[in-house]
Every structure is written in structure tokens, then in C-alpha cells.
Design a protein around this ligand. Structure first.
Ligand code: ATP
Ligand code: MG
Length: 720
């Protein structure tokens, strides 16, 4: 056995034990910032260095592609280029690769399409229409959600029918689910959920395939195990069954995806499933100051169920956490911006040291506007990703057809885009023919003269088929991908239509398509075997968080969900208001407060040195200003590590309210660094009076308040 590597000394005692652990299941449940991800990384490097396994015999599963990339880079630094051969990625990317190798075993081809949420929704919508449902009444999104839940619970369509038929919606779901599964198979397509459940089918039905991969993966490691769902749990158990070298790390307090079926029990049950499992705690946090950890601890204590864990740090107490009490969302964004500038100037931080974390994506808008105005560079993670833009998806749909013409959903998307005179009527006739004869739409198009459609449409179809066939030919004869794409854009008339439209929007679309061409060129230059199939697969699995670039000198804005596993020197958790964080109920679904609290815990524990909370007293919603109550979570934070700063706008408003003269200089010179004004723990508004029409305004310094509770008053902004 080779001598132990020097890098083992980068670890503390508990971490070393976890890294050196050789055979059998290993469970690490530990708090945020205790080095779980670091242990996984080092363990992989160690296993290779100690020749326990070759790199391609190790499977490491992460929550984002970006996490996988970073882990790989780090391992490369530790042991060199052999790290490139590791099987490392998200569940989706690793299993889509395995499915590509084995697709034929379960009736797909290796060029199968991957449907994102949007494609899947379109397919469901189409089926609903065919079955005579009005998609306005039976919402495709809701059916999609129900089908997805069933899939992740490994409930098959016929089973859904037997067991779960209670309501009309259940009936409809069962019916659509069955057709949807069939349709996807006909289209040679899989949705995101299939990438997790098809491997289970594959392994269940083909023992030899299962054995092959069981043999292959001598060691399996999973990060963020608390957020795996039932299907993920099952497939890894199947794979680990031979060697039982399964190492999982996670933190039950950071489980934040139960809405997507993540099952915290997976972590709780690990010991039952693997009785011989070794459990190693990690107790030292290297990330955060004492103040930040204390805040985190005081929050999570309020949840009822927690695994026992200790977390301590050698780091100093650090700065007190500041609560920014703001007038509204503009005030909030301004003050955060001013703080960032101030800290950058005074303490030498870079923009990339800051993160703004919020509960929902739309909150970024006001921050973006403000930061642009103030000249602060930022990067937004999330929102509509490049590859989800209409024009990009259109071009990708064309490309998909070149390798998978049976994919009706993508074919429908572009057959008349740009318009080539194949109208809805002709199209639905053709589609009906396809359904009748149980063929794909493409097969019908190929023999359109037999289909008896409107003559001009027939001619257009013929031209379309000829074009696609010619491009297929080009591809088959080894023409470069980028050239095929360029030809496609020209021959289809897609670019021409945009140029003719000549609106600013069309110009942006054109630029996006040029950017897509760049992506294709880049892919072609940087891959040994740059097939169209591989390209399409790679980009269909790009997620929001992958866009985040650590090196970019910019403030990061993202949702708390996207921030999982990351760390930043200075963090602002904004919008800490009731019905925002914790989130308000949607579709009357009950809000899972414990999960919201774990989410808040995740947010807090991203911070290394300095942490800010912020909330607004009013916020625009549906075009109207609404009063907001500060989040209950703020009242749970241990009071000795926080202080509150009330914004100048609130003071001005108060002065207006009190009829005092407004001091104009104040707002411009004040960087939000107002002195602490009141006991921060005290609620801003009387909690018994939550109605937003209530005219009693409770300012927090009772000495300044000339009104009796219950007095009727007239307010400049809020009226009587
Ligand atoms: P999370 O729960 O947020 O995913 P984690 O437990 O995965 O956190 P890591 O991200 O692995 O924690 O580690 C947190 C930080 O502490 C990282 O910057 C890491 O490099 C550092 N760190 C971990 N262990 C050590 C150590 N022994 N010595 C020095 N730094 C360490
Ligand atoms: Mg981690």
C-alpha cells in the first residue's frame, strides 16, 4: 500500500477517520460548515492514492453540476489528472449517461431526447387536448406535478389507477399519466424524473446490467444526502448492494427539498438499512464566526425533530448581526447597496465576497435595478436560463429532430416556426392520423401525400421533410455541427424571419442564437467525440446554479435554495417578512414552517464573517403597496448576537406622520447607518392586529408616540 499522502494533514481528527475508513457503509451527519463536502473530496482522492479503486470505479453524486465540477478540480489538485476519469455529477447527469449506454435494453435509442419541465408540460397539454379536456380547466402544470410526484414515489400508472382513485382529478391524472408514459416512449424521450426512475426499471429488469454497474462502482459517495428522494435512495442502494461501500454525508437540519419529494427519512433510516454502518460525527465548524453559529443554532432549536449534533468553532465572535429595518423594497435595496459599497471601501472586500439571498426569485428585480443604477456589478443566479429562452429552445428542437425525428413534442414546436403555412387545422389532422395509426408524427409527414391535407400545406410539409432529411444527411456524412447548425438556421428561414421582424426583441433573439452557435463551436473544439447527441444531453441538464461563477468580481444574487453548499464572507438575507420568508401559502397548500426554518438555517450558515438580515414594512404586491409584518424567524434569533438599524426613510416617514418638519439632508448623507433605535426583539406591529387596513401604527419607541392605542388618526401614506 502506498505511503499516506501529505494532504491527509489538511484534516482534523474526525475528518481523518472518515477519510481513512476503508470498507463498508459510512454515515456522516454533521452541521453546516463542518467539512462534509471536504471529507468527501479528500476521501475520493485518498481512495485513489491508496489504490483502493481506480478513478472510474468511483461514483460521486452531488446536488449540482457546479458542485461536481468544483469537487473534481479540487481532487485534481490533490492527485492529478487521473481525477478526470471519475464518475462524478448530479444524479441526473450520471444516470442519463448510463441510460445512454443502455437505452436499447428498455426500448429507447441512445439518442433519446431529454424533456425539461417545459417540454413535459407541452406534451401533457397536448394529451389533455386530445382527450377532450380544456387545459384552462384541467391545468397541465397540476397534472404534471401529480405525475412527477407519483414517478418519484415509484408508483406506476396502473398502480396509480388502482390505489389512488378518489377524486375526479385523480381519475384524470391516472388516465393522462398512462398516456404520457406511452407517448414519451413513442417519442423516444425521457423527462427529468425518468432519468432517475428508468435506471431502476433497467436494473430491475436486467440483472446483468445491474451486476455490471455494481461491479463497476466499488465506492459510491453522496453529498447532501438529506435531499435525496425515494427514487434516488433506491437506485443508489441497488448499486451499492454488492460492495456496500456507500458513504453518505448530510445534515438533517438542511433538508429543504421535501416539496420535490426529498425524504429526510433516507438519512434517518440509513442505520437501519446498513446495520454495520459506521457513524462519524464532524463537530468543528471552519466557516463562520461564533455570532453566526449562535444565530443559526438559536433558529434551528425551534424545530421539533433534530438529530443530536454538536457544532463549535475556533473562529472569533465576529461582528454582531445587523437587522435592517426598511420602509419598503427600494429602501431595502438601497441600504444593502450602500452597505456593500461601504464594506468594500472600509474593509477591502471585493464584490464577489457578497451574496444576497432571498426566498423567491422575483425579489431580485428591485435589487438589480438599484445595483445597476449605483454601478455595482452583480450576477444573478436563477431566473430564466439561457437554454430556456424560446428562440434557443426552437433551434435545439430543430437539432433534436435531426437525431430523434420521432420526438413529436419537439417536432410540433417548430414545424410551423417560422410560419411556413402549415396551419393548426392541417397539423391537428396530421396528428390525429399519427395517433390512429400509432406512428410518430414524423412518419406521417414523410408520407404526407397519403394524409389528404390541404394542398399548400402538403407542399410545405414536403419541403420541410426534404430540409430535415438533407440536414440529417449532412450530419451523417460527418459535417461539422456548427456548419450544420448554420445551414439549418438559413434553410429553415428562422434567422431571416428575425431579421425581417427587426424589432429590438427580434434582435435580442438573434443575438441569443449567435450565442448558441458559440456554445456549439466551443463544444466541438473541446470534446474528443463531439456528437450532437452528447451536446444536447449536456445542455439539457444545465441548471440555474451552474451559471454561478465564483471568479466573477460581482455580488451574487440567488435564492436560498440555490445557495446550498456555498459560502460567502458577507451575506444579506433579505425580505424577512411573514408570508415571504416563511413563504405565504399557495393554492391553499399548508406552509411547512419547519422546512422554512431549515431554509433560514441554510441561509444563515452560508455566511463566514458578516451577516445581515433585512425586512420591509411595506412591499408592492399586485401593483399595490401592502403592509408587511417582520418574519417570526427574526424573533427567534438569540438576542445577544443581533442589533437593529432603522432606515432613514422610516424616520422621515415617522416625522411626516408626527407632523414634524422633514430634514432634507438626512437621507442623502445617511448610508443607512442609523443608530439602533429600539429593542429589536419587539414586534414592529402589534401581532394581534395583523389586518393591513389597521390604522394603528405602532412605532417602536413608545416615548415618542403621542397617540393612545385605539386613537383614530390620519396618515400621509396610509390614510385614515
Ligand atoms: P455545508 O453543510 O454548508 O454543505 P460542509 O459541512 O460541507 O458545509 P465544507 O463546505 O466542506 O462544509 O467546509 C466548510 C469550510 O470549511 C470550507 O471552506 C472548507 O474548506 C473549510 N474546512 C473544512 N475542514 C477544514 C479543516 N480541517 N481545516 C481548514 N479548513 C477546513
Ligand atoms: Mg457541503
Amino acid at each position: 500500500m502506498p505511503k499516506e499522502p501529505d494532504f491527509i494533514h489538511d484534516l482534523n481528527k474526525q475528518q481523518k477517520r472518515a477519510v481513512r475508513h476503508s470498507e463498508g457503509p459510512l454515515l456522516i451527519v454533521a452541521g453546516a460548515g463542518s467539512g462534509k463536502t471536504r471529507v468527501l473530496t479528500y476521501r475520493i482522492a485518498y481512495l485513489i492514492q491508496q489504490q483502493k479503486a481506480a478513478p472510474n470505479e468511483i461514483l460521486a453524486l452531488t446536488f449540482t453540476n457546479k458542485a461536481a465540477r468544483e469537487m473534481k478540480q479540487r481532487i485534481q489538485q490533490l492527485i492529478g489528472d487521473q481525477a478526470k476519469k471519475l464518475w462524478m455529477g448530479t444524479f441526473h447527469s450520471v444516470f442519463s449517461k448510463i441510460l445512454r449506454y443502455e437505452a436499447e435494453r428498455i426500448g429507447f435509442t441512445s439518442d433519446y431526447s431529454i424533456y425539461d419541465m417545459d417540454d413535459a408540460k407541452n406534451a401533457i397539454k397536448q394529451i389533455l387536448k386530445e382527450q377532450g379536456y380544456d387545459p384552462k380547466e384541467v391545468k397541465p402544470r397540476i397534472i404534471q406535478r401529480r405525475i412527477s410526484d407519483a414517478k418519484n414515489e415509484l408508483i406506476k400508472p396502473d398502480h396509480y389507477n388502482q390505489k389512488f382513485v378518489h377524486s375526479t382529478l385523480d381519475d384524470i391524472t391516472a388516465k393522462i399519466y398512462g398516456i404520457y408514459v406511452e407517448r414519451l416512449k413513442q417519442n423516444n424521450a425521457m423527462d427529468f424524473d425518468d432519468l432517475l426512475i428508468k435506471p431502476i426499471e433497467l436494473f430491475d429488469e436486467h440483472e446483468d446490467v445491474l451486476e455490471k454497474y455494481q461491479d463497476r462502482f466499488k465506492y459510491i459517495l453522496i453529498d447532501e444526502y438529506q435531499d435525496t428522494n425515494h427514487a434516488q435512495y433506491k437506485v443508489t442502494n441497488m448499486l451499492a448492494n454488492k460492495y456496500k461501500n456507500l458513504c453518505v454525508v448530510g445534515d438533517d437540519a438542511q433538508s429543504i427539498y421535501s416539496f420535490r419529494g426529498a425524504d429526510i427519512r433516507n438519512i434517518l433510516d440509513f442505520k437501519n438499512d446498513y446495520e454495520e454502518a459506521v457513524k462519524i460525527p464532524l463537530e468543528q465548524n471552519y466557516r463562520s464566526t461564533k455570532a453566526i453559529l449562535k444565530a443559526a443554532d438559536s433558529i434551528i432549536k425551534n424545530n421539533s425533530q433534530q438529530l443530536d449534533k454538536t457544532l463549535w468553532t475556533d473562529n472569533g465572535m465576529g461582528e454582531t448581526i445587523t437587522v435592517l429595518d426598511n420602509y419598503d423594497e427600494r429602501d431595502e435595496a438601497n441600504r444593502v447597496a450602500d452597505y456593500i459599497r461601504d464594506l468594500k471601501a472600509r474593509k477591502g472586500y471585493d464584490y464577489s465576497d457578497f451574496a444576497i439571498l432571498y426566498r423567491t426569485n422575483y425579489q431580485s428585480r428591485v435589487f438589480e435595478e438599484t445595483f445597476r443604477r449605483k454601478g455595482i456589478t452583480y450576477q444573478l443566479v436563477g431566473g430564466l436560463s439561457f437554454y430556456q429562452r424560446k428562440e434557443v429552445k426552437d433551434v435545439l428542437a430543430y437539432l433534436t429532430l435531426l437525431i430523434n425525428p420521432d420526438d413529436d413534442t419537439n417536432l410540433m414546436r417548430i414545424i410551423n416556426e417560422p410560419s411556413r403555412g402549415i396551419g393548426n387545422k392541417s397539423l391537428s389532422d396530421l396528428m390525429a392520423k399519427a395517433r390512429e395509426s400509432n406512428q410518430s408524427l414524423w412518419r406521417i409527414l414523410e408520407n404526407v401525400e397519403e394524409a389528404d391535407v390541404y394542398k399548400p400545406a402538403e407542399n410545405s410539409v414536403k419541403e420541410f421533410v426534404a430540409m430535415i432529411n438533407e440536414l440529417k444527411q449532412d450530419l451523417a456524412s460527418g459535417k461539422k455541427l456548427i456548419n450544420v447548425t448554420k445551414k439549418l438556421l438559413e434553410r429553415s428561414g428562422y434567422m431571416k424571419a428575425l431579421v425581417e421582424e427587426n424589432t429590438p426583441k427580434a434582435m435580442t433573439r438573434r443575438e441569443n442564437i449567435l450565442e448558441l452557435e458559440n456554445a456549439i463551436s466551443y463544444f466541438e473544439k473541446n470534446n474528443n467525440n463531439p456528437t450532437l447527441s452528447a451536446f444536447l444531453q449536456e445542455i439539457s441538464l444545465i441548471t440555474d446554479t451552474d451559471k454561478y461563477d465564483e471568479e466573477k468580481p460581482a455580488v451574487t444574487m440567488m435564492t436560498v435554495h440555490a445557495a446550498k453548499g456555498l459560502e460567502f464572507p458577507v451575506v444579506f438575507v433579505v425580505g424577512l417578512e411573514e408570508e415571504l420568508f416563511p413563504v405565504g401559502s399557495r393554492n391553499n397548500e399548508e406552509v411547512n414552517i419547519e422546512e422554512e426554518r431549515r431554509l433560514f438555517y441554510v441561509a444563515i450558515t452560508r455566511a463566514e464573517e458578516q451577516l445581515f438580515f433585512s425586512h420591509c414594512r411595506s412591499r408592492y404586491k399586485y401593483g399595490e403597496e401592502q403592509r408587511k409584518l417582520r418574519s417570526r424567524f427574526l424573533d427567534e434569533v438569540s438576542s445577544d448576537v443581533v442589533r437593529t438599524e432603522t432606515g432613514s426613510s422610516i424616520k422621515q416617514d415617522k416625522e411626516r406622520f408626527l407632523g414634524k418638519k422633514n430634514n432634507k439632508d438626512k437621507s442623502s448623507s445617511n448610508n443607512g447607518n442609523t443608530k439602533v433605535e429600539y429593542d429589536w426583539k419587539k414586534p414592529l406591529y402589534n401581532k394581534n392586529n395583523r389586518s393591513s387596513n389597521n390604522t394603528q401604527i405602532h412605532y417602536d419607541n413608545p416615548d415618542e408616540d403621542p397617540f393612545q392605542v385605539g386613537a383614530k388618526v390620519e396618515h400621509d401614506v396610509f390614510g385614515p
